[in-house]
Design a binder for this molecule. Structure first.
Ligand code: SF4
Length: 131
């Protein structure tokens, strides 16, 4: 039985590629010389995904924002571009401090350039104002 640990084999992270349904498992390894290598991807898109996920993981944030004068008290929102994972909490804090006014149209920009990441928070649905 092979009892080699991740450390011994040089694997520093395993990333499941989510670009297509094949779901290749990509191993990120460090060579004894200190170089980082990627193994297990079967196409260029997978390599690009693994590099992005390893060096600067990004996520699409979805949540809600409070609405004043709206048919409902909250409107679902999302970022129009993935933002760095480490900025998600800062973005959520900025969103929590925000109250927007109805009426709102799906796609309206509710917060521009959220946490300085050149991404906007946009409405995921229409929200009528109460009469
Ligand atoms: S590496 Fe290529 S084939 Fe494999 S899951 Fe990613 S995109 Fe699909």
């Amino acid at each position: 039985m092979n009892m080699e640990s991740c450390e011994d084999s040089g694997v520093i992270k395993t990333i499941r590629c989510i670009v297509c349904p094949t779901g290749c498992e990509i191993e990120v390894k460090e060579t004894p010389e200190g170089d980082v290598t990627f193994e297990g991807y079967t196409c260029k898109r997978g390599l690009e995904y693994a590099k992005q996920e390893f060096y600067e993981p990004k996520r699409v944030l979805t949540t809600t924002i409070r609405v004043e004068n709206g048919f409902l008290p909250l409107v679902p929102v999302r970022v129009d571009k993935a933002i760095p994972k480490e900025k998600l909490n800062d973005a959520l804090e900025e969103i929590a401090k925000t109250v927007v006014k109805a009426p709102i149209k799906m796609g309206d920009i509710l917060i521009e350039n959220v946490v300085g990441q050149e991404a906007n928070i946009i409405a995921s649905r229409d929200m009528k104002a109460i009469e």
